[in-house]
Design a protein around this ligand. Structure first.
Ligand SMILES: Cc1cc2nc3c(=O)[nH]c(=O)nc-3n(C[C@H](O)[C@H](O)[C@H](O)COP(=O)(O)OP(=O)(O)OC[C@H]3O[C@@H](n4cnc5c(N)ncnc54)[C@H](O)[C@@H]3O)c2cc1C
Length: 405
């Protein structure tokens, strides 16, 4: 009689390997199948090679999903504290960078090695590269057809991730299987992705590539699919448009055809907050050039570009009309600009959308329509903010699933 696995996990990335290790150590017989030559490639390239593996502040508020409550159970049962405990147990040194983001001191490869060691502890069988041709079921038994034969299992866990970075093996396989088996899929689109602009909307900012500015950014709106956001982060001007943490965060909420809003002075930290009117009305500024006043709060090149945009370059502040001052203030504090698009799957860090959470049980990640069919990680309609939240979702959803196998 051929072997019946407790679970076959399709996809040996962050969520799949973590789930396999936990389930194996709970005594389950687990097989992981992956079509890639090398496992954990997204982990390897993450966080600039140092893997921002979690965030100490990770909470449901850091996730976008059509059902924002869906993440609550899994995140509560496996928190960033739990993953930090595991990392510490493996002697992996790490540091906190910015707003609770934790990175390996040395290399992302340590996280991959840790996941593989956890799988070895749980006696998990891993096969790759192997391509899965079809998934079906006969009664309570799942049949996974691969190019090497059929695997039988009590459960199948779909963990093939999202569509970003097709060059390292990303595929829509989990979404395809979900659709085939009658689950709803929320249309995927690139998120945490740089935004592009036309020369017309971008004007002379094109010449400032490489400049990073702390800003307050806003995009989306309450009535839209994933709501609205406001972040204080660095914005990076590039040859192709806008990037940097501020824009990546805003991109997840951005709706095509709508503007994003940048307050170039909103992230300036002053006791009692920064007051643009006080800067404009300060008596000492009367005889100064417009670009000099702007350069007291902005990088010089940007100050010059803004003065130029408003035809105020070389003009003394006393000569600037009330109307022009108002228009400059609007530009500085509510630069409202329509992106032409995103830089797409090649440059996106994550996928927005995926398997609709209303078809999944938030306690177990199991399909409500098919007993024994699970979806974990990025293929689910759960997308984290930048800063380690996406890996935290991979660990938490993998853990919840492993308990239910
Ligand atoms: C450049 C970059 C940097 C990032 N940095 C961070 C970061 O620092 N912190 C953070 O939290 N998140 C980061 N992310 C996001 C994070 O990598 C993902 O959210 C996370 O890896 C998702 O885990 P997953 O297991 O769902 O998918 P993945 O880790 O992508 O794993 C999916 C696995 O499935 C396999 N697979 C795909 N299709 C098939 C198929 N048809 N058959 C068999 N196997 C298949 C793939 O080969 C892969 O091994 C980054 C992403 C990118 C692209």
């Amino acid at each position: 009689m051929s072997k019946i696995w407790d679970a076959v996990i399709i996809g040996g990335g962050a969520a799949g390997l973590f789930c396999a290790g936990v389930a194996g150590q709970l005594g389950k017989n687990v097989l992981v199948l992956d079509h890639a030559e090398v496992l954990g490639e997204k982990i390897r390239i993450s966080g600039g090679g140092r893997c921002n593996f979690t965030n100490v502040h990770s909470s449901p508020a850091n996730f976008l999903s059509l059902n924002p409550h869906f993440v609550k159970s899994a995140l509560a049962r496996y928190s960033s504290k739990d993953f930090i405990k595991l990392v510490t147990a493996y002697g992996i040194d790490y540091h906190e960078k910015h707003q609770g983001q934790l990175f390996c001191d040395d290399s992302a490869m340590q996280i991959i090695a840790m996941l593989m060691a956890e799988c070895a502890k749980g006696k998990v069988t891993i096969r790759h590269p192997v391509s899965v041709q079809s998934i079906g079921h006969e009664g309570d038994e799942w049949l996974v057809q691969t190019q090497q034969g059929v695997e039988k299992a009590k459960a199948v866990v779909m963990a093939t991730g999202g569509l970003p970075v097709p060059a390292i093996g990303a595929s829509a396989y989990s979404l395809d299987i979900a659709k085939q088996l009658g689950l709803n899929v929320i249309e995927p689109r690139p998120a945490l992705v740089p935004l592009s602009f036309t020369a017309e909307t971008f004007g002379n900012l094109n010449d400032l590539a490489g400049l990073a500015v702390p800003v307050r950014i806003a995009s989306g709106s309450k009535g839209q699919r994933y709501g609205a956001c406001r972040f204080n982060e660095d914005l990076l001007l590039t040859h192709k448009g806008l990037s940097g943490p501020a824009v990546l965060q805003a991109s997840s909420y951005w709706v095509e055809g709508e503007p994003i809003h940048v307050d170039w002075l909103g992230a300036i930290e002053r006791p009692g907050g920064f007051n643009c009117d006080a800067l404009f009305n300060h008596e000492d500024n009367h005889l100064k050039l417009t670009e000099t006043i702007l350069a007291s709060v902005l990088p010089q090149r940007l100050a010059k570009a803004f003065a130029e945009q408003k035809n105020l370059l070389g003009k003394k502040w006393a000569e600037v009309s009330k109307k022009d001052r108002q228009s400059l203030k609007e530009l500085l504090t509510n630069w409202s600009v329509k992106p032409a698009g995103t830089l797409g799957w090649k440059k996106a860090e994550v996928m927005l959308g995926g398997v609709d959470t209303k078809d999944l049980d938030g306690q177990t990640m199991m399909s409500r329509k098919h007993r024994g069919l699970f979806f974990i990680g990025e293929c689910v309609d759960v997308t984290g903010h930048l800063g380690g939240h996406n890996f935290q979702w991979a660990w938490a959803s993998g853990f919840a699933c492993a308990q239910a196998l």
